[in-house]
Design a protein around this ligand. Sequence first.
Ligand SMILES: NC(=O)c1ccc[n+]([C@@H]2O[C@H](COP(=O)([O-])OP(=O)(O)OC[C@H]3O[C@@H](n4cnc5c(N)ncnc54)[C@H](OP(=O)(O)O)[C@@H]3O)[C@@H](O)[C@H]2O)c1
Length: 432
Amino acid sequence: MTAPLRIALAGLGTVGSGVIRLINENGAMIAQRAGRPISIVAVSARDRNRDRGVDLSPYKWVDDMDALAAEPDVDCVVEMVGGSDGPALTLARNSLSHGKSFVTANKAMIAHHGMELALLAESKGISLKYEAAVAGGIPVIKGIRDGASANRIERVYGILNGTSNYILTTMEKHGSDFDSVLKDAQNLGYAEADPGFDIDGVDAAHKLAILAALSFGTEVDFDGVEVAGIRGIMSADIGQAKALGYRIRLLGMARMDGGKLFQRVNAYLVPESHPLAHIEGSTNAVVAEGNYSGRLMFQGAGAGDGPTASAVVADIIDIARNDGGTVFSMPADKMVKGGRAESGNRTGRSYIRFVVADKPGVLAEITAAMRDAQVSIESMIQTEKTNEGSVLISMVTHESLERDVTQGLEKLANSSSLQGDPVVMHLLSDED
Ligand SMILES: NC(=O)c1ccc[n+]([C@@H]2O[C@H](COP(=O)([O-])OP(=O)(O)OC[C@H]3O[C@@H](n4cnc5c(N)ncnc54)[C@H](OP(=O)(O)O)[C@@H]3O)[C@@H](O)[C@H]2O)c1
């Protein structure tokens, strides 16, 4: 057997301690598969005295995480700290500059700085790997970069945030409202005390921007993702969707549209016949549609110490095997700027829900605004009064331009009948 791959771990929290446990437990088998052992030589975190449930005594402790980049006995640095900028980014830049391969679980950093880091890694001829950054334990980066590499990917989309999916599917199961499910999820540790990144769609947008770059050969463009979360969704919406044969899921959706990149995170009505409608709880699922492979679906745990460690160590094994390759699916200096497709030009059916005052003429006001904007309504339901005495009106449009729907809603923006902003969700179809 050849010399071990010597790795340094930065960050010993959920993911970092999972990586140590996995390497300790499966090390002998991994050495056989990789052709050489993986040897942890140095570790770093903030608090040296914290009990992490793993024995750190065999490893050199380094107080200043950034010093790992220059450690002479280290071949590969593994970053499990987090944050798009700050110490994680400094460590990535310095490790690659020192010629060390780099593995990260950090979606925010790859979404914001992936191009810069990929160019740096490729200019040095070393690996930068990030399987754990998208959908945790699911090998979707490898699946698209390697397994589907012969295909033109038509679109890539999926359930990319476990917390949001847990909330939506719990609301679906128990008919409970958003706030109480979020509070329960926080008490159970499924949602962060500050859940914004998850429920406002930002975390899913990080992952979507990475998947889009990988799928279409376009530069990572996080700022080009249209992002909306799930805070506004009521249990009545879930009931209406069900009555129409749909389930509500927060999806990341990306495709090329007239040569430009379309990227969106939003709640969609997913037909019950689609496999994504059956993804429950905190599970993630990614669909990639290749022009020869057809629909591929990758499903599994999107977070947690075990699944995420599994993805991190798979990257480390690739490096031990010298299975290099490009960071994305083509050399970073050949990736193109995608440009941004205008969502207003897209056509589709939309679900729109209003909360309105219980007074005569409101329905007529809404239908007139939609008619004036050239949006034709396929169905419309007025539900019972809420506790506050308001009425919910839900409608589904026929195929319409999204720009026209927006225009219809703008006509209603100053209406005294509306209580709060309407919620708009698209119905997932083959054309999205
Ligand atoms: N958790 C998941 O299921 C999951 C799934 C996929 C991807 N990820 C990604 O994996 C990364 C790590 O997540 P995590 O859940 O493991 O986070 P975590 O439990 O909060 O652990 C973060 C670790 O980083 C250390 N750290 C923070 N700032 C540091 C600094 N300035 N210098 C040195 N060490 C520092 C912390 O040290 P102390 O322990 O001493 O405070 C801690 O050990 C993030 O990028 C996250 O997005 C996580």
